[in-house]
Design a protein around this ligand. Structure first.
Ligand code: NDP
Length: 253
């Protein structure tokens, strides 16, 4: 039929919540068959049901992006069920607002494992297939923190992980552009998601708390706004590369 993503297969990580759930719904509404990955399978199933009721096609796959074997299985299962992956949205990500001097080293590792290694695991599972097929689109959920250093204490490790995503994406783009593969970074400002609210509660430091209040003193973004940005990037003609999209609340500093 005539939907913009008809016939396309997409994988969305971190699809059980917030931005990833919104992306899954919008890609499915645009005609893509969507494999939704996250650890909380029950939440994925609920979103899968909603998408099916709207006439879309979605597949819920329990997968921890930190586990390379599970990621390979996710892609194999998707390809045998829905077809070769055209679009990978690396959205799964975590953040913690903690001052480095307080040495929450386990949380540093978790952010590196999900935000950096998780993204690499997923790219590693699809990139050679995309290059062979001469078509594919990798969309990485970066952040405004991947572009600039924001004067907010407590987000050094998170910022570093998103700078990695930016640098890797821009370099990968050069490598695969002649193979028909596109790489896009989406850079959201503050988005009202379960994760956003939860992670702000991790603030332990008075200095953090004074700088950062929740709810925010101005209207922040809805996850659907970010899903629209993803949809814009993946529905352009093949020769058009939307390399980055920065979307922030109007009143954000
Ligand atoms: P949420 O916490 O609401 O959702 C995060 C998603 O990531 C969940 O679906 C979670 O699923 C999944 N996830 C976490 N760890 C893993 C893992 N190991 N394996 C698989 N899935 C995992 O957060 P948001 O929707 O707010 O964030 C999504 C992305 O957007 C992140 O990359 C974040 O950095 C980025 N972002 C968010 C902003 C915001 O203000 N909200 C601003 C800028 C960027 P489950 O727990 O079921 O595994």
């Amino acid at each position: 039929d005539d939907k913009p993503l008809s016939g396309k297969v997409a994988v969305v990580t971190g699809a059980s919540s917030g931005i990833g759930a919104a992306i899954s719904r919008q890609l499915a509404a645009a005609g893509a068959k969507v494999a939704m990955a996250a650890r909380r399978e029950n939440l994925l199933k609920e979103i899968q049901d909603e998408i099916s009721k709207e006439g879309g096609v979605a597949l819920a796959v329990k997968c921890d992006v930190m586990n390379r074997a599970e990621v390979k299985e996710l892609i194999q299962h998707t390809e045998s069920t829905l077809g070769p992956v055209d679009i990978l949205v690396n959205n799964a990500g975590i953040w913690v607002i903690r001052c480095m001097k307080n040495l929450h080293e386990e949380e540093w590792n978790q952010q590196v494992d999900v935000n950096i290694k998780g993204v690499l695991n997923c790219i590693g599972a699809v990139i050679s297939g995309m290059c062979e097929r001469k078509r594919g689109h990798i969309v990485n959920m970066s952040s405004q923190n991947g572009k600039t250093v924001i004067p907010l204490v407590g987000i050094a490790v998170y910022t570093g992980s998103k700078f990695f995503v930016e640098g890797m994406s821009r370099t990968l783009r050069q490598e695969v552009c002649k193979d028909g593969v596109r790489v896009t970074c989406i850079q959201p400002g503050e988005v009202e998601t379960p994760g956003f609210a939860r992670y702000l509660m991790t603030m332990e430091d008075e200095q953090c708390k004074q700088l950062y209040t929740y709810p925010r003193p101005y209207q922040i973004l809805e996850p659907e706004v970010i899903a629209q940005a993803v949809l814009y990037a993946v529905t352009q003609p093949e020769h058009v590369a939307v390399n980055e999209i920065l979307v922030q609340p109007r009143e954000a500093p």
